[in-house]
Design a binder for this molecule. Structure first.
Ligand SMILES: CC(=O)SCCNC(=O)CCNC(=O)[C@H](O)C(C)(C)COP(=O)(O)OP(=O)(O)OC[C@H]1O[C@@H](n2cnc3c(N)ncnc32)[C@H](O)[C@@H]1OP(=O)(O)O
Ligand SMILES: O=C([O-])CC(=O)C(=O)O
Length: 427
């Protein structure tokens, strides 16, 4: 992975130069302000973080570097990790070198399997993923080097070592979780002739179809990162900013991803679609489906897969999944219901709560489950694990770059109601 390390080193130098220039132009310039509503409202819309792996434009969606979602969606996840962490796609040689390195590090230690097999049978797969990563914390190269006395400028190098070890093991770990939790418990061996996503598809043992392997590739690409403020990436960065190593930081980020308002929404979407199928049949008419959606809202539930804290249009990742579905699973009943929901939900949500829903459009989670279901991956409790495997690329890249740029511990100031009242009195 020499080329990857060198690429990151160069990227850190470029980014640092940009930051030096930014600081020279106005380190104390005010570029964002905070309202009382934002202090009490999850800081949404507040610009208070720098993250150079990716950027989310409310109207055109996710960019990695200068590339739009459409422009990177045909790549391999390995190429995407390179892009996230170096700002560039790898050439052929760098890609092969990176993939060889992943191959060498892919084996999950026996003690991790022992931990996972000792859990209650109904443990959620996200708990298993988070715990699986955390169980390996003792292997952190960063931690060992830090204890010996590490220069700040070298933090990122050992964090990269940890990132490689974690990323390499994710396909085996995730597939093993699936087989322990939903299969016969026998693990399918890793195949070093396959790439990262190909191995995951293979080791799940669900489907040998090439379409499934391609869906896995697309899935692992589209979920990789979503700038710095989303719950899981931000959590991971906050934890790592205390110099807790990447095993702690990745596990923490995954715990945030496991919430239904964030990554878990993708399992909730399929649950929602299957319920519609059970109650209204495979081809519900618009009137019935509309009533079902409104009843769901009136009973105090969210429509999973719709709405977003940043996006204000249909998520281009949703569109990429829908295009895949149109080409590969057009006849599938879940896919058809997901498409009908897309036709009806935005108008209903727009009118709901007097127009209070900031974005009535589908996000990445609204379509992916029906595609996985089509290929026989119907244990939807597992879906967020796939999301997690992909999103760990973003956690790793964000943390490596932040450490490379010498970013300090994250510690925003909180205030009491009294402080806010006093401030309002002053104005
Ligand atoms: C990978 C991802 O994390 S993508 C997001 C995945 N999550 C989901 O799909 C779950 C459904 N969606 C939601 O809950 C929200 O849209 C979120 C969490 C994604 C964004 O939340 P916010 O930024 O607070 O959205 P917003 O400002 O539009 O919320 C305003 C109101 O609309 C409601 N709202 C937003 N989206 C929805 C929805 N899909 N269904 C019903 N109500 C919704 C909110 O609950 C909130 O109601 P409240 O004021 O009574 O609490
Ligand atoms: O950006 C967010 O808040 C949610 C997220 O991670 C995504 O959409 O992938």
């Amino acid at each position: 992975m020499d080329n990857l390390r060198e690429g990151i080193q160069n990227h850190i130098i470029e980014l640092q130069l940009e930051i030096d220039n930014i600081f020279a132009r106005g380190r104390n310039s005010v570029v964002s302000e905070v309202t009382v509503g934002q202090i009490y409202g999850g800081m949404r819309g507040l610009v208070a973080l720098a993250c150079n792996t990716s950027y989310v434009d409310p109207y055109s969606g996710l960019y990695i570097g200068k590339y739009t979602t459409n422009e990177f969606s045909d790549k391999l996840p390995e190429e995407i990790f390179f892009l996230l962490s170096t700002g560039k796609f790898p050439d052929k040689e760098s890609l092969a070198d990176f993939q060889n390195d992943l191959n060498k590090r892919a084996k999950v230690p026996q003690y991790t399997w022992d931990v996972l097999r000792s859990l209650p049978k109904d443990t959620h797969p996200m708990t298993m993923l988070s715990l699986g990563i955390l169980s390996m914390e003792n292997e952190s190269v960063f931690k060992k080097e830090y204890q010996k006395g590490l220069q700040k400028a070298d933090y990122w190098k050992y964090t990269l070592e940890d990132a490689m070890n974690i990323l390499a093991k994710l396909p085996e770990l995730a597939a093993g979780i699936y087989r322990i939790r939903f299969g016969d418990g026998n693990l399918i061996p890793y195949d070093s002739n396959l790439n990262w996503s190909g191995n995951l598809a293979h080791m799940l043992g669900v489907n040998d179809d090439e379409g499934f392997a391609d869906l896995m590739r697309l899935y692992l690409v589209l979920h990789c990162d979503h700038e710095g403020g989303n719950v899981s990436a931000f959590t991971s960065r906050v934890v790592n900013s205390a110099l807790s190593d990447l095993y702690y930081a990745v596990s923490a980020g995954l715990n945030g991803l496991a919430g239904p308002l964030h990554g878990l929404a993708n399992q909730e979407c399929l649950r929602f679609i299957l319920k519609i199928h059970d109650q209204l049949g495979a081809d519900p008419d618009d009137k019935e489906l509309k009533k079902y959606i409104i009843d769901t809202l009136d009973s105090g539930n969210v429509i999973p897969g719709y709405g977003h804290a940043v996006l204000r249009v249909t998520d281009p990742r949703f569109t990429a999944f829908m295009n895949f579905g149109n080409d590969n699973c057009a006849g599938n009943h879940c896919f058809k219901i997901a498409k009908k929901l897309f036709k009806l939900v935005p108008d209903i949500l727009s009118a709901y709560k007097g127009g209070k829903v900031a974005s009535p459009w589908p996000n990445v989670d609204a379509m992916s489950g029906s595609l996985l279901y089509h290929y026989g991956l119907n244990q939807f409790d597992f879906y967020t694990v796939l999301f997690g495997v992909s999103r760990v690329m973003g956690f790793c890249a964000q943390n490596i770059l932040a450490l490379g740029l010498g970013q300090p511990i994250i510690r925003p100031k909180s205030v009491t109601n009294k402080w806010v009242i006093d401030k309002l009195d002053e104005n």
